[in-house]
Design a protein around this ligand. Structure first.
Ligand SMILES: [Fe+2]
Ligand SMILES: [Fe+2]
Length: 147
């Protein structure tokens, strides 16, 4: 799951830790685990957003939209959990959904970002960049047409 850009890779390692802790949580630790996931995601997505801005990443809107959807889902569950409206089963479902979502996002969007940042910062990985960026831009075009 390592993409070659240190700050993004660190965020991804932490994602795996907090989401697996959520998957293993108990009735007693669920709220704290949910909070840890929310705090992590806010920081993780912030790191990526700041790199997008710093390097003028072309597929920024598409990527940020996907982050927002994930944050919305997590915050919704957190709000309901805080008032006792979701059970452990729902919390585990959220952990499973995040686990299922992550590899596709990392492979597709974060790897394009990582390659782009490395290219802009160190002048590396132009071949990977072109292929991934093309894919990311294709996705963006599809979204624009669909919208
Ligand atoms: Fe990421
Ligand atoms: Fe991302």
């Amino acid at each position: 799951m390592l993409l070659g850009h240190g700050p993004i890779d660190e965020a991804h390692e932490e994602f795996v830790e907090v989401v697996s802790a959520l998957g293993d949580c108990t009735q007693h630790t669920a709220l704290a685990c949910l909070q840890a996931v929310e705090s992590h995601l806010l920081a993780h997505f912030d790191v990526e957003k700041s790199w997008m801005k710093k390097t003028d990443f072309p597929a920024m809107d598409c990527h940020l939209d996907e982050h927002q959807k994930v944050i919305d889902a997590v915050q919704k569950v957190n709000e309901l959990a805080a008032v006792g409206q979701v059970g452990l089963h729902d919390v585990k479902r959220l952990a499973k959904a995040l686990t299922d979502w992550f590899p596709g996002h990392a492979d597709y969007m974060d790897s394009a970002l990582s390659a782009w940042v490395n290219k802009k910062t160190y002048g590396g990985a132009p071949v990977v960049l072109r292929r991934d960026l093309h894919a990311a831009m294709g996705h963006l075009d599809t979204e624009v047409q669909a919208g």
